[in-house]
Write a protein that binds this ligand. Sequence first.
Ligand code: ADP
Ligand code: ZN
Length: 517
Amino acid sequence: MSETASLLREVFGFDAFRPGQEEIVAAVAAGRDVLAIMPTGGGKSLCYQLPALMRPGVTVVISPLIALMRDQVRALRAAGVEAGALTSGNTEEETAAVWEAIDAGTLKLLYLAPERLASVATQDMLRRIGVSLVAVDEAHCVSQWGHDFRPDYLRIGSLRTALDVPVAAFTATADAETRTEIVERLFEGRTPERFLRGFDRPNIHLAFAAKNQPRRQILDFAAARKGRSGIVYCGTRAKTETLAQALREAGHAAIHYHGGMEAGDRRAAETRFQQEDGLIVAATVAFGMGIDKPDIRWVAHADLPKSIETYYQEIGRAGRDGAPAETLTLFGPDDIRLRRSQIDEGLAPPERRMADHGRLNALLGLAEALECRRVALLRYFGEESEACGKCDLCDRPPEVFDGTEAVRKALSAILRTEEWFGAGHLVDILTGNATDKVRARGHDDLPTFGVGRDIGRGEWQGIFRQMMGRDLVRPNPDRHGALTMTQAARPILRGEETIRLRRDTMQAKARRPAVRT
Ligand code: ADP
Ligand code: ZN
């Protein structure tokens, strides 16, 4: 694994870069001057924090937002990174601790409020301590014409000259005049490498589907694209082998790839994929890092990825040549259960696990989106856009219904059975199916028994999946995946909120155009 990839995982706890981050990190780490324009929430801070760990000496971060600096310092220290801030918000002890770390030569990131730059003592200190990079957050504050002008930002240019180090400047403000001013004032004549790129990959068609017959669904998708290069991402090593086999039996050229293979075999698989036309690789996440094949025409996920970042990175391997490419991501309750238990059983500290659940929720939200998927995807990265016309939801807007009552019935079934049962049993109760298990537990006597008869079994399964996707219920790993209600469900149960659901997959099948004979 590359140094950046392992720092990303070990220090920051992320499994993939967000769009744009990787290129910016590489440029900053290499000591080039950089001006990066990224939307708010896009993940700018990683673009200087990660390179700071790769460069010798201290990275100085200048930001006008004291609260933000303090948050970042806290998070970095929790991750084991020597970081400190000198701002007016400090206590005396905090300031003393920062100076100590500076004197001991252990500090990696020093956050500075811009007004500090006016102080001669600060300037002397910065000359002394071996600064190797100056990162400027909210770089548009150097512009006199904007609303956020900070006169002290004008000192950054001369600081750069005095220290003779690269500058990495970040802003979400993209207008051309501001950018010109940033370049003039922060870089004083040098030409920074610019990163200004939307995150959209408009040639990639996006689609998700609920898993019902996973192998069939993948084989159908591949069959419709026969002879074109594609990747099928699988959740386990074993599945890469069985799927590759099934694809071969269906007449495709297909191989498998996973991290458990000998290095030589992996290299051979990569070379074959790179050189051969129309080959399919069934692979785990291990595949793709070094692959630079411009004409991958499709990417399918046989299992749900971990996060939107991973999803974006993996589908992003398709269509690098700009020609149309297609994707399909399958997801089902088993994926949700598996991903949740991987997080819960991992060794990460509690805050990180919570963040991982949050990232999984975001991906599930994308999977269960009611409107344009691309709008939802780009919004996650901070970019606003319009309905794309190139996703499954634009192609065929899903039928939506007020699911409040159904969800309340489902929640009531969960609570009446004291959160001890999984979706299958709960659906039996709701539809009034008096199985042996239902009768043995006396669940046919519950007031909830049969209250959901008006809805079919398949639809109930879809409702439970959507409830999991919206994080209204979670499988409890200590109770074999029995469903537990979350806080998010309370307002719905109390009748304070309504919820819209998709009329689901079982129906989607029926809506497929009939084959004419
Ligand atoms: P901004 O661009 O507004 O400064 P931040 O750097 O604060 O954004 O990042 C926004 C959010 O994105 C943070 O919660 C951060 O943890 C998260 N984030 C950043 N990079 C990644 C990544 N590669 N994978 C997952 N989450 C990320
Ligand atoms: Zn769309």
